[in-house]
Design a protein around this ligand. Structure first.
Ligand SMILES: Cc1cc2nc3c(=O)[nH]c(=O)nc-3n(C[C@H](O)[C@H](O)[C@H](O)COP(=O)(O)O)c2cc1C
Length: 333
């Protein structure tokens, strides 16, 4: 796969996953099961958004050992995304830079595909706004209506750096307005709604985001998306524009997680993403307050068996400490 251009390699991977024979869901050690936002997760290790943007292979990814899979980001209308190249492997840094720009076939297409799958295993849907949308809040409201019927949870993504201005929705009044509109669009008995934030916030931003999320009935916060910052990098692609993910994002995402944990005091469940590549990384996020973790970039460097290896490593850490469940470990550090 490393001989191919990064985006071609990704397409080939999705195609190959689509050809895998259907298998059942894996069985995880019982200690890994946990309840978050009213959903029962069989393992705390999930696939982050962006890998399966159009919801083509969620069941294959579940069967490979993820405890939950987040598809998307899907926007109301299909869009092509940014010109290529727009995806770069920074192998020396175990990192990725992407400026995909929400390339996806649109919500109607994803919803049709997801409607046909067996509803086994947790599949969340990450929703966003079209780049040329005149009313971004209306795009999220449309996303809730279109995707709630086929999603075990929804993620409101306001933290992609590749749609100009999108991250402004994280600021004060805009966020309150967005979350009020989303709360109104939700129907009784519908899926929980998570909010995905950037790792690049200013020190005073975390408290107001947590308050707006709680007031807006958000069920969990995903911390975090890719970063526009550039910690020291060795790869020749370091200067490419876009969001950086993978190992160098780890310390920033952990910092952001800790700040959100102290701002929320445990009142708002947290889901950690960013640079998680081992059971040690996952454990560190859990003891720092994450109820669940997600990963994407590490798959490129560590292969599809990674989710299962991390899950087994977490179960071993629980056993070593005499803990019966992940819930006991959350925020214990
Ligand atoms: C190629 C690529 C595409 C991504 N696309 C999305 C996306 O569409 N929506 C989203 O919320 N996050 C997207 N992300 C961000 C990931 O979901 C995740 O938050 C981030 O990469 C940090 O995790 P990681 O270091 O394990 O990759 C994308 C990441 C990558 C590498």
């Amino acid at each position: 796969m490393f001989a191919l251009d990064a985006e071609q390699a990704h397409r080939a991977t999705i195609r190959a996953l689509g050809l895998l024979p259907r298998r059942g869901l894996p069985v995880f050690p019982p200690s890994l099961a946990s309840e978050v936002a009213g959903l029962r997760f069989p393992s705390s290790v999930g696939l982050a958004a962006g890998f399966d943007k159009d919801g083509e292979v969620p069941d294959a990814m579940l069967s490979l050992g993820f405890g939950f899979v987040e598809v998307g980001t899907v926007t109301p209308r299909p869009q092509r995304g940014n010109p290529r190249p727009r995806l770069f492997r920074l192998a020396e840094d175990e990192a990725v830079i992407n400026r995909m720009g929400f390339n996806n076939r649109g919500q109607a297409s994803a919803s049709e595909r997801l409607r046909e799958r067996p509803r086994r295993g947790i599949v969340g849907v990450n929703i966003g706004a079209n780049k040329d949308s005149a009313d971004r809040i209306a795009d999220y409201v449309a996303g809730v209506a279109a995707m709630a019927p086929v999603a075990d949870y929804l993620t409101v993504n306001i933290s992609s750096p590749n749609t100009p201005g999108l991250r402004n929705l994280q600021a004060g009044g805009e966020l309150v307005e967005l979350l009020a509109a989303i709360a109104e669009a939700r129907v009784l008995g519908g899926p929980p709604v998570f909010l995905k934030v950037a790792p690049d916030l200013e020190p005073g931003d975390h408290g107001p985001i947590v308050r707006a999320a709680i007031d807006g009935r958000i069920d969990a916060l995903i911390v975090a998306n890719t970063t526009v910052s550039r910690p020291p990098l060795a790869s020749r692609f370091a200067g490419e524009a876009g969001g950086l993910s993978g190992a160098p994002l780890g310390p920033l995402a952990l910092d952001a997680l800790r700040t959100f944990r102290s701002a929320g005091g445990g009142a708002l469940p947290l889901i950690a993403a960013g640079g998680i590549a081992s059971a040690d990384d996952a454990w560190q996020r859990i003891v720092a307050g994450a109820s669940l973790v997600q990963l994407y970039s590490a798959l490129v460097y560590h292969g599809p068996g990674l989710a299962r290896r991390i899950a087994d490593g977490l179960a071993a850490r629980l056993a070593e400490r005499g803990m019966a469940s992940i819930a006991e470990a959350v925020g214990s550090g």
